[in-house]
Design a protein around this ligand. Structure first.
Ligand code: AMP
Length: 189
């Protein structure tokens, strides 16, 4: 059973790569951003609480994230997973590792790309309609990533779990590298 976290700044391609990777491995794929956007679209109580934070490019509070995740986590833990967008802070990582108990993570994969590549890609995506893809919100999301999410990567690096993959290349090239990475580690483990 494989358990992977996918971490990276907005626009780096986490969702498309995450879905491909999960399908390749035959495990659940969960994007907390997509999960929250569905709640917002449905106008659910979780969505109504989350919408303002998301529009501003800020993280939703932990209690709300945990509440939204509750009913998906046990399935993911039982079947293996590629998690995209969670955990996203040192505190969330700490809590998440405790919830895993003795189960170990295979990899934490950081997809990395320079800011100008990310801003350019997101400007294109804004046309297709994500409410938080306009330029000022993208800048806020990049700041949040640097301030709140990057420090979490030191934590996983110290645990020997972090692998960094260059996400600035074509989608196909990135997918090839990711498949190679998970396939070779499957042989070793
Ligand atoms: P994403 O699609 O991963 O870029 O997430 C979109 C938005 O959902 C973020 O800007 C946050 O507002 C919210 N979000 C997603 N995952 C989390 C998380 N783990 N903790 C807090 N907020 C989150």
């Amino acid at each position: 059973m494989r358990r992977l976290l996918l971490v990276g700044p907005p626009g780096v391609g986490k969702s498309s790569q995450g879905a491909r990777l999960a399908q390749h491995l035959g495990v659940s794929y969960l994007s907390t951003g997509a999960l929250l956007r569905e709640e917002v679209e449905r106008g659910s109580p979780i969505g109504r609480q989350a919408a303002g934070y998301m529009r501003a490019g800020l993280l939703v509070p932990d209690w709300l994230m945990l509440f939204a995740l509750e009913r998906y986590m046990s399935d993911a833990l039982a079947s293996g997973f590629v998690l995209d967008g969670y955990p996203r802070t040192v505190e969330q990582a700490d809590r998440f590792l405790r919830s895993l108990g003795c189960a170990r993570l295979d990899h934490v994969i950081e997809l990395a790309a320079p800011d100008d590549v990310l801003v350019g890609r997101l400007a294109g995506r804004a046309v297709c309609g994500r409410a938080d893809d306009d330029e000022s919100t993208v800048r806020a999301r990049l700041d949040v990533y640097r301030a709140q999410t990057r420090p979490m990567l030191d934590f996983f690096a110290a645990a020997g779990l972090l692998v960094t993959v260059d996400g600035s290349r074509s989608e196909e090239d990135v997918t090839t590298e990711l498949f190679g990475l998970v396939d070779s580690s499957a042989v070793q483990s």
